[in-house]
Design a protein around this ligand. Structure first.
Ligand SMILES: Cc1ncc(COP(=O)(O)O)c(C=O)c1O
Length: 407
């Protein structure tokens, strides 16, 4: 059973709600009263504490750079991965816009990869096939798509479940690709060997967006075993300036002087947000436990029903999402089911609309419905149910009852 009971509470259940307490409020006030609002000691401490936590179970010590979003983090991670203009970045089609758009921003092209069978995660056989075609000078797919050197792969640990990183890394080694993990959903997630997501490739990027497993409202973290990679990411996140701004104002021998080493960005995480992140980081195990218990209630309720397929999971899964799949005949009326659930006060969402069906990529690469059937099937049947740490017993039960009412 869960910690609290909602009793006969009939208020709307939001799809997501951050778990924010007095400690977060106090931390923000501390920064507001300190006289220094933007990036400084809090952000430094946050990235050090984050790296320490991840390093506990990593094969070797990790370094981290705090950023203003995972999107910004993915952008600089790709930029720091040695891509050349016209290289191709291999990306699952079953993901959010951010995963692919950053490849375009670094002058690369995007080749999409379908899901594995009965999975939301990328199909490593298709990854291998596409990388091979590109390395032979062919287009990404038999039907067309981009051509160019396979420069990087961006596996997405969808919902917190780790991709098969052994197969991803092998394909990357064979075809000379960098591995940039999109770990936006995956803090804290672990591979079968117990190593943390984000530390399984060359560089990993986490999101602290409001719905994520820990949050700073907006924010992200770039991590890597390579301290040189993190040094480069830190340079790129702040205008390519080789000296943090707070040094120039806070050091005893304060100096106005700085140098621009390369054309960077403005992706730094302000201290107000970093202070929230440090408190959230300390809550990680508790928040994870709460999400796992909700997922266990859903699994128990839906796993024996022929109308539903529960999401694949593993013990190291952060359970950021609960993507329930509707089986036929319910699957055919998924959109109506969403409407009903919303009418009954249950906030739900859909993760994800496959990127190859989006107008931008259809126009750029000629992709269309039918190109990636597994991702399209997953999308057409899925409803993401609420799974957030503050949900009461009563709310979880109401979600389950409402879903069964659809039947
Ligand atoms: C898979 C995935 N990657 C990247 C992002 C981007 O994260 P952010 O909002 O922190 O930029 C998201 C956002 O939800 C996401 O779902």
């Amino acid at each position: 059973m869960l910690a609290h009971s909602g009793g006969s509470d009939t208020r709307n259940i939001p799809f997501s709600r951050p778990f924010i307490g007095k400690e977060e409020e106090d931390a923000v006030l501390r920064v507001l009263r300190s006289g220094w609002l933007t990036t400084a000691e809090e952000a430094l401490a946050f990235e050090q504490e984050f790296a320490e936590r991840l390093s506990r179970t990593a094969a070797s010590p990790l370094a981290a750079a705090a950023v203003s979003s995972a999107t910004g983090g993915l952008h600089i991670a790709l930029e720091a991965s040695g891509l050349r203009t016209g290289d191709v970045v291999l990306v699952p089609t079953y993901t959010f816009a951010a995963t692919a758009e950053v490849a375009i921003h670094v002058g690369a092209e995007v080749a999409f990869i379908d899901c594995a069978e009965d999975s939301f995660l990328l199909d490593t056989k298709a990854l291998e096939r596409t990388a091979r075609r590109l390395s032979e000078g062919k287009t990404a797919y038999e039907t067309g798509g981009p051509a160019g050197r396979p420069g990087a792969v961006v596996p997405v640990h969808f919902g917190g479940l780790c991709c098969d990183m052994k197969a991803v890394n092998e394909a990357a080694r064979r075809y000379g690709m960098a591995v940039v993990e999109d770990a936006a959903h995956a803090f804290p997630s672990y591979s079968e060997t117990g190593e943390p997501a984000g530390a399984l490739g060359d560089v990993g990027v986490f999101s602290f967006y409001a719905t994520k497993t820990i949050t700073t409202g907006e924010g992200g973290m770039v991590v890597s075993r390579s301290h040189d990679m993190i040094k480069r990411a830190a340079l790129l996140r702040y205008h390519g300036i080789n000296r943090p701004v707070w040094d120039r104002y806070t050091e005893a021998a304060a100096s106005w002087y700085y140098e621009v080493a390369e054309a960077g960005h403005k992706y730094n995480l302000p201290d107000i947000l970093a202070a929230i992140g440090r408190v959230q980081l300390r809550r990680t195990d508790d928040l994870l436990e709460k999400r796992k218990r909700i997922a266990a209630c859903y699994d128990a309720a839906f796993s024996t029903s022929p109308f539903f397929s529960i999401p694949p999971s593993a013990s190291g899964d952060a359970r950021h999402l609960y993507p329930l799949r509707l089986n036929p005949p319910l699957a055919a009326v998924r959109d109506d089911c969403i409407k009903k659930l919303q009418e009954w006060g249950v906030g739900v969402s859909v993760h994800f609309i496959p990127l190859h069906t989006m107008p931008y990529y259809r126009k750029r690469y000629g992709t269309k419905y039918g190109d990636f059937p597994r991702a399209e099937d997953a999308y057409s049947r899925v409803i993401s149910l609420p799974i957030w740490p503050g949900m009461t017993d009563g709310q979880v039960e109401r979600v389950i009852d409402s879903v069964f009412k659809l039947v």
